[in-house]
Design a binder for this molecule. Structure first.
Ligand code: SF4
Ligand code: SF4
Length: 336
C-alpha cells in the first residue's frame, strides 16, 4: 500500500478537483480528505457516512466561579488576553471568565491560580467520518468553528485511512492535503511515499510551489508537480518547468485552463466523469504517471534489502530523472 499526498502551496489551484478525478480513475484505493479546516472533497463525492466519531482536541480551561476569589492573578499571567473580567457599574469585579475562542490551552492560569479554581476539560473539537462513495471508501473530517489541533485531526484521518487500506488490501491511499505549509500540511505529508504539488503559472503560485517542495524535501519525500491552467501564462509555465528540471522534480502533468472544472463542480462530479475530452485526457495522463511512480515505490519496497542496496535505491529515494516535456492535449504552441 502506498500513500500519495496532493498538496498546493496556495488555495484555488484545482487540487481537490484533481483528487476527485484521481478518485474516479484509481482502482483499489481509499481517499483521505485531510483538508480538515476547509474540507470540500465531500461536495463532489457525496459520501454516505457509515461511521461517525467525535474528535477531542486539546485541553480547554474554565473557571469554577464558586471557588474563584477574583484575585486577578490569572488575568496578568495570560499572554493571550483570553481571560476577561466583568465589572459592576461601581467597578467591582463580579466575574472572571475564560474566553474559549482566545484560549490556547497552555494551562499557565490553572497552574498558578492560588485556590485551584481553574479546571481543564476536553470538549468536542470536531468529527471524523468513514464513508462510502461512488469511488470507494473515504475518511474525512470536520473541524469545529474556531477549533485548533487540525494537525492532530489530520493524523486521525490518515491513521483511519491507512487501517482501512490494510483491512481491505487496497493499493493506494490518496490524500487531499490542505493548502499552505503549516502544521496540517506537515501532518498530511509526513511518511507518505509521494507528494504531488499542484501549482498554477503565477508568481505567487511559483513562490508557493517552491515552499511546498522545500517542505516535502525536508522530510525526504519525493516531490512531483502538476501545472494546472498552464496556458494562462505560458511564460511562467516555462519558468516553472525549468525550475522543476533544475531541481530534479518531475512534472507529471500540465493541464490547460478549462471551464469544465467549474461545470463539473456545479454538477458534483469530477472532470473525468463530467466531460471526457482533451482536459480529462490530460488529467488521466497525470494520474497514470503518478500511479507508475507509486508502483515503482512499491516494487522498491518489495525488493529484498540486499538487492536494494546493490541496486542503489531505496523506497524513499528513487532515482529521479527529468522527463521529456509533457505533451498535454490542447496545449497551445506559444511559449512551448
Ligand atoms: S487566579 Fe484563580 S482565584 Fe484568581 S481570579 Fe484567576 S481564577 Fe480567580
Ligand atoms: S490556559 Fe493559557 S491561554 Fe488559556 S486562559 Fe489560561 S493562560 Fe490563557
Amino acid at each position: 500500500m502506498k500513500e500519495l499526498a496532493v498538496i498546493s502551496g496556495k488555495g484555488g489551484t484545482g487540487k481537490t478537483s484533481l483528487v476527485a478525478s484521481f478518485a474516479a480513475l484509481a482502482e483499489k484505493k481509499v481517499l483521505a480528505d485531510c483538508d480538515v479546516d476547509a474540507a470540500d472533497l465531500h461536495l463532489v463525492l457525496s459520501p454516505d457516512v457509515k461511521r461517525e466519531e467525535v474528535f477531542h482536541g486539546g485541553k480547554k480551561f474554565a473557571i469554577v466561579q464558586e471557588k474563584c476569589s477574583r484575585c486577578g492573578k490569572c488575568l496578568s499571567l495570560c499572554r493571550l488576553d483570553a481571560i476577561r473580567e466583568n465589572r459592576s457599574e461601581e467597578g467591582e469585579v463580579k466575574k472572571v471568565r475564560i474566553d474559549a475562542i482566545s484560549c490556547e490551552g497552555c494551562g499557565v492560569c490553572a497552574y498558578f491560580c492560588p485556590v485551584e479554581a481553574i479546571e481543564s476539560f476536553r470538549g468536542e473539537a470536531g468529527k471524523w467520518f468513514i464513508s462510502d462513495t461512488r469511488h470507494g471508501p473515504m475518511v474525512h473530517a470536520r473541524l469545529g468553528i474556531a477549533q485548533q489541533n487540525s494537525g492532530k485531526l489530520v493524523t486521525v484521518v490518515r491513521t483511519q485511512a491507512r487501517q482501512l487500506a490494510e483491512e481491505k488490501a487496497l493499493d493506494f491511499v490518496i490524500i487531499d492535503g490542505p493548502a499552505g505549509i503549516g502544521c496540517p500540511v506537515i501532518a498530511s505529508i509526513t511518511g507518505t511515499d509521494l507528494v504531488l504539488v499542484v501549482t498554477e503559472p503565477t508568481l505567487s503560485g511559483r513562490h508557493d510551489l517552491e515552499r511546498a517542495a522545500a517542505l516535502a524535501g525536508h522530510f525526504g519525500i519525493q516531490v512531483v508537480v502538476c501545472i494546472n491552467k498552464f496556458d494562462l501564462n505560458p511564460q511562467i509555465a516555462v519558468q516553472t518547468r525549468e525550475w522543476c528540471w533544475r531541481n530534479g522534480i518531475v512534472v507529471v502533468g500540465e493541464i490547460p485552463y478549462d471551464p469544465v472544472f467549474t461545470q463539473a463542480q456545479l454538477r458534483a462530479k469530477s472532470v473525468v466523469e463530467h466531460a471526457p475530452g482533451p482536459t480529462s485526457k490530460a488529467v488521466e495522463m497525470t494520474w497514470l504517471r503518478v500511479r507508475d511512480l507509486l508502483q515503482q515505490h512499491q516494487a522498491a519496497t518489495e525488493l529484498p534489502a540486499q538487492r536494494r542496496d546493490r541496486a542503489g535505491c531505496s523506497p524513499r529515494a528513487l532515482p529521479v530523472k527529468p522527463p521529456p516535456p509533457v505533451a498535454s492535449p490542447g496545449r497551445r504552441e506559444e511559449g512551448l
